[in-house]
Design a protein around this ligand. Structure first.
Ligand SMILES: [Zn+2]
Length: 300
């Protein structure tokens, strides 16, 4: 009979995506010779199999999956269940919200993800584009409610970078969720855009996950940008930066969100991109996000 033995304790620290499971192949009499040994015999074969981890991506808009698509594809390839929370709906250019959602669904399907993992919180709670910083508690509570029976083991959030207020608000909601579930060691951030760069981190930390994507994955991700017909102008503006990150570097880095970050301070010195573009000051943003409480205030 086939037996399974984990390469380390079944109940130890969270597995990384690359954890291998040692499978003792049925070896008949040969396996029988080693039946008294606890160690894995040389007749065992090491293979990588999925761990069925539940992974959560916390996003602001229907199209933000573009910025973490390589990692999503990698998680799916590892056999993990991917949940994607979208915390707003609609768009300030009067885009049809249903069209934006269907654009996301279409792109996710290209990456091998079906819509059952989509948590359309913005749509459920009527949190419109650009207003997440005013509705952070509603979004956070709904995320908790939708996942109350689901053990999430790793979280990806949009980086704290001052590009779009909804991105930074979704970051803080993801951090609050992680802290409530004691998942600080398993929360990673990925960049979208800031005043300085596209898809390039402003801040780094000591822990890093690197996605090693194939050129085909990178090309597929870049091409998916053209599927967002309602956001064409934005994606064209980001195209040069996207090409550099996806096709020249061919990978994306995910840095662990540092515990010591103080969210009372803006992501960087000087005027933030969203302050200039959307006329929302960091002071207003931070005042509204205080509603999330000490989970993200830096007072812990
Ligand atoms: Zn966005």
């Amino acid at each position: 009979m086939r037996s399974l033995a984990l390469s380390r304790s079944n109940y130890g620290p969270p597995y990384t995506g690359m954890d291998a499971i040692l499978i003792h192949l049925p070896g008949g009499p040969i396996n029988g010779w080693f039946s008294g040994c606890n160690s894995v015999s040389r007749f065992s074969k090491v293979v990588t199999v999925h761990n069925f981890m539940n992974i959560l991506f916390v996003l602001a808009h229907n199209d933000d999956e573009y910025f973490c698509a390589l990692r999503m594809q990698e998680e799916i390839r590892l056999g993990n269940q991917v949940f994607i929370a979208y915390l707003t709906y609609g768009g300030i250019q009067a885009e049809n919200p249903d069209v934006r959602i269907s654009e996301s669904i279409k792109v996710l399907r290209k990456f091998g993800i079906d819509e059952t993992g989509m948590l359309l919180i913005g749509h459920r709670k009527s949190i419109f584009d650009l207003h997440l910083h005013e509705r952070s508690v509603d979004a956070c509570q709904d995320l908790d409610e939708l996942l109350k029976n689901t053990a999430i083991e790793r979280i990806y959030v949009m980086a704290w970078e001052g590009g779009h207020p909804d991105h930074d608000a979704s970051h803080m909601i993801g951090v609050a969720f992680a802290r409530k579930r004691n998942l600080q060691s398993q929360i990673y951030e990925f960049p979208a855009y800031s005043r300085f760069h596209v898809m390039t981190p402003l801040q780094t930390s000591s822990a890093l996950l690197t996605t090693k994507a194939s050129r085909m994955d990178a090309l597929k991700t870049l091409a998916s940008g053209f599927s967002y017909k309602t956001q064409r102008r934005t994606f064209i503006a980001m195209l040069p930066g996207s090409i550099v990150q996806l096709l020249v570097f061919g990978y994306q880095n995910y840095w662990r969100v540092p515990d010591e970050r103080n969210y009372r301070n803006p992501p960087h010195a000087g005027r933030l991109f969203y302050e200039r573009r959307f006329k929302i000051s960091f002071q207003e943003f931070a005042r509204n996000l205080r509603a999330l409480g000490s989970l993200t205030s830096g007072d812990r």
